[in-house]
Ligand binder design. Structure first.
Ligand code: PLP
Length: 401
């Protein structure tokens, strides 16, 4: 029965980590991984997460009963507030709500399922380039018309804003526009607030549907509020939209699959209809969401002292990334590496599109045991004060050889 099956290509980011783990070279560096790393190059269990988990472990009132299909009500309420702010008009009007999902990926998939199955939307746009999984998620939800809007100008190493606008202007009505709400993955290059205003105006004029992907709230500026400027702006402008929230990165809860599909709709009745339909989709897909991670998130969001502690952790992570950007930039400058490298300090969030070519990437892997995606994307957290000289020298060699 299974003899004719073809083996799909390995998933690049996981294959890269596996190759790096097998590599015995003493100076190997993994710049490919999509997760936060400490100055010691280790994953970080946030101390506030640890405290919340300890308290949960000793709470005799907790059990392992199923959650409601739509997820923990306390969690859903808290994540909408985190996204839109407690003074949000959409929240007080009862037209903003969330459904718990399996990470940001689950939220994207659920939203895509809804838009394709119930609204019959079939065209979706992602930025060129985009996170490697967007295309697969939307196609597997049934979307057959996949298009891209220009985003990264590789020559100038910046946003191709004119190209982006032209592509959105040409999009057909009801096309779903996937927008990286903050800390664009993979380029690390975000539009400015003025540019976002222009993007929103085109989306409104062309009657497109905004689907914001917010996987890195806090990582760009260290401020949760500043990093949710985009969804808050769309809300104030009166849009109906979806937002896929992920708490994998900002809580370090990668394997707990904590996310939410947040909806802002025209009125409370519409929201209830949307949620009721999403509930049926969830029931058919994963039936009930997992509880542990959502409980951790809800506990922290609802306790002012834990929330404050979490804010400090976010700043620690964001500042470490900023420091590494600055260090790498200065080292490359000091080495006189040909090319402009200031994009490294202009980009935000964990990732940087270096502009390195596939050949140069290959050289780094083969000669220096530095692992990064073929696109030239690096995770700034893979860099530490101990390996930055090594990485900068290797990049210099790759560029000048
Ligand atoms: N969206 C973007 C842009 C991402 O980079 C990621 C993860 O890398 C996700 C969504 C998915 O996040 P999660 O791991 O919570 O499913």
């Amino acid at each position: 029965i299974f003899g004719e099956l073809e083996v799909p290509a390995p998933i690049e980011v996981f294959a890269l980590t596996a190759a790096c783990n097998e590599d015995t070279h003493p100076h190997k560096v993994n710049l490919g991984v999509g997760a936060y790393r400490t100055e010691e190059g280790k994953p970080w269990v946030l101390p506030v997460v640890h405290s919340a988990e300890n308290a949960m472990a000793n709470d005799p009132t907790l059990n392992h009963e199923y959650l409601p299909v739509k997820g923990s009500p306390e969690y859903c309420k808290s994540v909408v507030q985190l996204l839109l702010g407690s003074d949000s008009k959409a929240i007080s009007d009862g037209r903003a709500g969330a459904i718990q999902a399996l990470g940001g990926t689950g939220a994207l998939r659920l939203g895509a399922d809804f838009l394709h199955t119930l609204l019959k939307y079939n065209v979706f746009y992602t930025s060129s380039p985009t996170w490697g999984n967007h295309l697969g998620v939307f196609k597997h939800a049934g979307f057959t018309d996949s298009r891209q809007y220009k985003y990264w100008d590789n020559e100038k190493r910046c946003l191709d804003f004119e190209g982006l606008k032209a592509d959105l202007m040409a999009a057909p009505e009801n096309a779903v526009i996937v927008l990286h709400g903050v800390a664009h993955n993979p380029t690390g290059m975000d539009p400015t607030q003025d540019q976002w205003k222009e993007i929103a105006a085109i989306i409104k004029e062309r009657k497109l549907f905004p689907f914001i992907d917010l996987a890195y709230q806090g990582f760009a500026t260290g401020s949760l509020e500043a990093d949710s400027w985009v969804p808050r702006y769309f809300e104030k402008e009166g849009f109906e939209f979806f937002c896929a929230q992920s708490f994998s990165k900002n809580f370090g809860l990668y394997n707990e699959r904590v996310g939410a599909l947040t909806i802002v709709s025209a009125n409370a009745a519409a929201l209830q209809k949307i949620l009721a339909n999403l509930e049926i989709l969830v029931r058919r897909t994963w039936s009930n969401p997992p509880s542990h991670g959502a409980r951790v998130v809800a506990t922290i969001l609802n306790n002012p002292s834990l929330f404050n502690e979490w804010n400090q952790h976010i700043q620690t992570m964001a500042n470490r990334v900023l420091l590494m950007r600055d260090l790498l930039f200065k080292k490359l400058k000091a080495l006189g590496t040909p090319g402009k490298w200031d994009h490294i300090t202009k980009q935000t969030g964990m990732f940087s599109y270096t502009g390195l070519s596939p050949n140069q990437v290959n050289y780094l892997v083969k000669e220096y045991h530095i692992y990064l995606l073929k696109s030239g994307r690096i995770n700034m957290c893979g860099i530490t004060t101990k390996n930055v000289d090594y990485v900068a020298t290797a990049i210099h060699e790759a560029v000048t050889k």
